[in-house]
Design a protein around this ligand. Structure first.
Ligand SMILES: Nc1nc2c(c(=O)[nH]1)N(C=O)[C@@H](CNc1ccc(C(=O)N[C@@H](CCC(=O)O)C(=O)O)cc1)CN2
Ligand SMILES: Nc1nc2c(ncn2[C@@H]2O[C@H](COP(=O)(O)OP(=O)(O)OP(=O)(O)O)[C@@H](O)[C@H]2O)c(=O)[nH]1
Length: 474
């Protein structure tokens, strides 16, 4: 249901509730007659008119400003009418009713969520990544996310993707031109330095992918799971990072029975900190159900903080934690309660030689990031700044440097797909008897994958899914 119909649409564009000003927006192919019926006059294009908004009987609903943006020079690319009135819910409801009444003969109907922006997309005013950025800008939870969303909206991300797609096409055209002259196939690769060009394209794609991943982290946040045996201070760390008492802290082992989640922002990056039940063997049914959930959280984590008591030798549970998390997920060994180490031994805490990283039980050597070790005191606050820095670094963040664009998981998927096709193309190119049509086909598939990002290649299902998650009036 991506193209609903071409009828004119109307919606309240501003947030519900009391506000200084509220806006009703209409969009349609030819709003002239409707405007005349509604306002009793024509409007000078792109001119702010102060006038009364009247109901069908001539009674005044509000006094406000009306602006007519004739298509194609409007947000949607169609004729757009804005009625800017006072922002009370009753006023806007009456105005909306009045529009529907006056517009009935013109087929005016309520807009579906995101339908204004969908029309802007269908009329070529925005590409799909920019349209998504409109919603992401509205939803941005931090200033850093908003800054990056604006960059995406202005086309920074799309331009990168389009440029890469064009360069892939350029290479493909060279290859396909050669296909018509089979005797030249052999030296094609050398003649056009195809392998070197392809290597350059793959490097560029890897760079875009890394920045896009950052953009997704900035939009969706990262799941940081606090895991470890009971009583090591997981809940205390959650509270310290959150700056308030969210989770219950007691000296009793097994206090946390269910996960406790808190969202914090580091440098604008949303981190969902998840405190879990302490990992141990237990006969307590409630506790063991909680522990089962802890393992599930570890399996879904983007980053795991494995908390341990700094006074004790490294715990056997470590290998099991590594084995449970997804490949590539960084696990940070956090030694807590270093204040007690100092108190009991009289010297500052040092990472002991026996805290050298253990290998995961399932032998996934090399699939985890380097295991970094850090000492903290959740109670006193030592090491928390260093821990925050570590978290940002693990999130792929350069301090103070905002992600160049905001992005969505579906963009990363498309880039991964493009990357896989370029990788196969490179394998073809490396063969002695390169089959040029297979090489060209992989380039085409990589190009199409990139086209999904900007909507050059898209399905109605995809469009329906994207725009239906917008708010009404956008
Ligand atoms: N009152 C109001 N504020 C708003 C919007 C709106 O629709 N109405 N927007 C809606 O989301 C955003 C601004 N986006 C807009 C994008 C394009 C055009 C537009 O009329 N473009 C024409 C003319 C450009 C020009 O004058 O140079 C064009 O591109 O041809 C208007 C708003 C945010 N603020
Ligand atoms: N001295 C000191 N005590 C700490 C520190 N962190 C936590 N504690 C204490 O250790 C005890 C356990 O802390 P919690 O935060 O409840 O530990 P937990 O890992 O969430 O425990 P479970 O809920 O049993 O899994 C409490 O008495 C805390 O006050 C620390 O850095 N220094």
């Amino acid at each position: 249901m991506s193209i609903l119909d071409a009828k004119p649409i109307v919606a309240i564009a501003t947030a519900p509730g009391r506000a200084g000003i509220g806006i009703i927006r209409l969009s349609g192919l030819a709003l002239g007659p409707l405007i005349h019926a509604l306002l009793g006059q024509d409007l000078k294009p792109r001119h702010a008119h102060f006038l009364p908004f009247r109901d069908g009987d001539g009674g005044t609903i509000d006094e406000g400003i009306a602006i007519h943006f004739p298509g194609p020079h409007s947000y949607t690319g169609e004729d757009v009418l804005e009625l800017q009135g006072h922002g009370g819910p009753a006023v806007l409801r009456r105005l909306l009713q009045r529009c529907l009444e006056a517009g009935r003969v013109h087929g005016l109907r309520l807009a579906a969520p995101g339908e204004f922006t969908q029309r802007a997309f269908l009329n070529g005013r925005l590409d799909l990544a920019q349209a998504e950025a409109v919603a992401d800008l509205i939803d941005a939870s931090s200033e850093a996310a908003a800054r990056s969303a604006v960059a995406s909206l202005s086309g920074v991300f799309s331009a990168k993707v389009n440029d890469l797609a064009d360069r892939i096409t350029h290479l493909r055209i060279l290859v396909e031109a050669t296909l018509d002259f089979p005797e030249e196939e052999i030296d094609f690769l050398e003649k056009y330095q195809a392998a070197a060009t392809l290597a350059g394209l793959r490097e560029e794609l890897a760079d875009i992918l890394a920045k896009t991943r950052q953009g997704v982290a900035l939009r969706d946040g990262l799941k940081v799971v606090l895991a470890g045996e009971p009583n090591v201070g997981k809940s205390s760390l959650l509270n310290a990072l959150a700056g308030e008492d969210i989770a219950i802290v007691t000296p009793i082992a097994g206090t946390t029975r269910d996960k406790v989640t808190q969202e914090i922002h580091l440098d604008g990056v949303p981190l969902h900190i998840i405190d879990t039940a302490g990992l141990r063997d237990t006969d307590d049914i409630v506790e063991s159900l909680g522990i089962e959930r802890s393992w599930n959280e570890i399996a879904n984590a983007d980053i795991v903080l494995h908390l341990q008591d700094a006074r004790l030798p490294i715990q056997a549970i470590s290998a099991r934690i590594l084995a449970h998390c997804r490949p590539g997920v960084p696990v940070l060994q956090v030694f807590n309660k270093i204040d007690l180490v100092e108190k009991e031994s009289g010297t500052a805490w040092q990472p002991a030689p026996d805290t050298v990283p253990v290998q995961p039980e399932n032998g996934q050597t090399g699939t985890h990031h380097a295991l970094t070790t850090i000492g903290i005191s959740a109670k006193r606050g030592d090491g928390l700044d260093a821990l925050r820095q570590q978290l940002l670094q693990l999130a792929g963040w350069t301090p103070g440097e905002a992600s160049p664009w905001l992005a969505r998981a579906r963009h990363v998927e498309a880039l991964n797909l493009a990357s896989a096709h370029l990788e196969i193309a490179a394998l073809h190119a490396a063969q002695n008897d390169t089959v040029l049509d297979l090489f060209a086909e992989e380039l085409r598939l990589a190009h199409d994958a990139l086209g999904e990002i900007t909507g050059k290649v898209s399905s109605d299902d995809l469009l329906g899914m994207i725009f239906s998650s917008f708010c009404i009036g956008k």
